[in-house]
Design a protein around this ligand. Sequence first.
Ligand code: URA
Length: 254
Amino acid sequence: MEYHEHIALRAALEWQIEAGVIDALGEEPVDRYAVQLEARAAPKPEARVKAPAAPVEMPKVDPVVVAQQSAAQAGDLAALEQALSAFEHCELKMGARNLVFSDGSPDARVMIIGEAPGRDEDRQGKPFVGRAGQLLDKMLAAIGLNRAESVYITNVLPWRPPQNRDPKPDEIAMMRPFVQRHVELVAPELVVLMGNISCDAGLGRRGITRLRGHWTEAYGKPALPMFHPAYLLRQPQMKREAWADLLEIRARLG
Ligand code: URA
């Protein structure tokens, strides 16, 4: 464009603005509605070349496999407790105050495996410290055992289930590798499976009324299923059977 043309065009534009022109119109009318509809219908240039993005696949983890790997790496009881506290796949952990790992002597010949912490255990971070635990202490004392020296106590679940509900099958399954490793590290002579949840985890079956009093094997050790002390508090007439089972343990220890 020549310099004088540029001056002339600019002067014309200024004159139009001065005269109140606010829109730039072309020679031909344009149907803007039709233009908009066409634009919507036409695929965007980049959509034509790019394939639709595939949904991002999050790698699925199996909590049981994670638990197996984590438990297998624990070389001692402190490491196992640490592995449990680092395990993020059990939702019970969210609602619990404390991890309840164990109590008693790791050198004990008898390892007692209970179900899960209740309110008192959750508060104190120790297994069997509530009413059921006090009864358990009395039962043990009746055959000359005590928690400080001659038994080691843990639970299938280290976290209290909300409102003491029964643990779910997947919760039991993901804790089982930790219990297995726990038994390997303590290496007791025998294990006592206290109640149905403990039988479920250790034997893969429930039915404590039929299972109790019969020696079996769990976690690679001789195992005796027994009534849970909480059940004995509700059904004191069953203490006869519990006494018979305690005598079985006494006899086995020699
Ligand atoms: N019942 C259990 O099975 N374990 C506990 O620690 C307390 C109550």
